[in-house]
Design a protein around this ligand. Structure first.
Ligand SMILES: NC(=O)c1ccc[n+]([C@@H]2O[C@H](COP(=O)([O-])OP(=O)(O)OC[C@H]3O[C@@H](n4cnc5c(N)ncnc54)[C@H](O)[C@@H]3O)[C@@H](O)[C@H]2O)c1
Ligand SMILES: CC/C=C\C[C@H](O)/C=C/C=C\C=C\C=C\[C@@H](O)[C@@H](O)C/C=C\CCC(=O)O
Length: 256
């Protein structure tokens, strides 16, 4: 299988897109460590996964991506348990325009934190074995969602950070590829009760619902399949892969 012998870490791996990524990577032969704050969801998922994949290829570690200490401990535990890290999926994210600082803290700072801590373990220049980092951005990381400006900003930041890290890694010979997956609307808890999550922009919910209807919904597994493509195609570095109901498309960015 494509990922046999590989060790993957998935943040926000207990639910939604992260759960689908976890399952897809396991199906491809990887060992998966899922980090999440939702212990009940994670433990329920682990029970299901153990029945299918056994107990030796999955591990749940309670960890918020907002905490440097917890992320460092979780990734060290991963290395101590499984010998290294080959794939990091910075997937954890929230939608909350009312608590916009928390949105930035999780969606953007959490991606930066996970990347920088994992770099210490993955970088070939510091004893790592290289690998790939896949960041879950959004179509809102490529174009503005009028009802959630801060979420949009956080996801634009994820795309920019991913592309810059890809260039830095290539120029520095870290041996690590960096890519972003940019889904449209996906049927998960994140898009439930959006009116509450839009804060001062809740009056724009209808416009977003209209866009949702136009773009139609994705299943989490469709996003996970694109994550697997970015993980296994070693020609992909610095890419942003758009995923929408009609298909998928790599973004062509302007050359400055
Ligand atoms: N659902 C969509 O329409 C959509 C579209 C594009 C991108 N995304 C992005 O996909 C990612 C996953 O979202 P989802 O739709 O699966 O939502 P979800 O709410 O179903 O899952 C998010 C997971 O992240 C976990 N999480 C939240 N805060 C955390 C933290 N501080 N530390 C660790 N884990 C944390 C949650 O417990 C949950 O398990 C997010 O980055 C989101 O922005 C979602
Ligand atoms: C309320 C937010 C819910 C979920 C956030 C999640 O990340 C999903 C995002 C899904 C889609 C985002 C689309 C962003 C589109 C913008 O670029 C918009 O300004 C363009 C409008 C229509 C695009 C169609 C077109 O350009 O032809």
């Amino acid at each position: 299988m494509a990922l046999s012998g590989k060790v993957a870490v998935v943040t926000g791996g207990a639910m939604g897109i992260g759960r689908a990524i976890t399952e897809t990577l396991l199906q491809s032969g990887a060992t998966v460590v899922l980090l999440d704050v939702n212990e009940s969801a994670a433990k329920s998922l682990l029970d299901d996964l153990h029945k299918v994949y056994g107990r030796d290829r999955t591990l749940f570690l309670s960890c918020t991506v907002e905490s440097e200490e917890q992320v460092k401990a979780a990734l060290q535990k991963t290395v101590d348990t499984f010998g290294g890290i080959d794939i990091l999926c910075n997937n954890a994210g929230i939608l909350n325009e009312g608590e916009w600082e928390k949105t930035v803290s999780i969606n953007l700072l959490g991606v930066i934190r996970g990347t920088y801590v994992a770099l210490q373990h993955m970088n070939k220049l510091t004893g790592g074995r290289g690998g790939v980092v896949i960041n879950t951005a959004s179509m809102a990381g490529l174009g503005p969602l009028l009802s959630c400006p801060v979420y949009t900003a956080s996801k634009h930041g994820v795309v920019g950070f991913t592309r810059a890290m890809a260039a830095a890694s290539k120029a520095s010979d870290y041996g690590i590829r960096f890519n972003a997956v940019c889904p449209g609307f996906v049927q998960t808890d994140l898009i439930s009760n959006t009116k509450l999550k839009l804060g001062q922009f809740s009056h724009l919910e209808d416009a977003t619902n209209q866009l949702m209807a136009e773009m139609r919904m994705l299943a989490p597994s469709e996003v996970a399949a694109c994550v697997l493509e970015l993980a296994t195609d070693e020609t992909k570095n610095g890419e942003a892969l758009m995923v929408f109901a009609q298909g998928k498309q790599y973004v062509t960015f302007p050359t400055l």
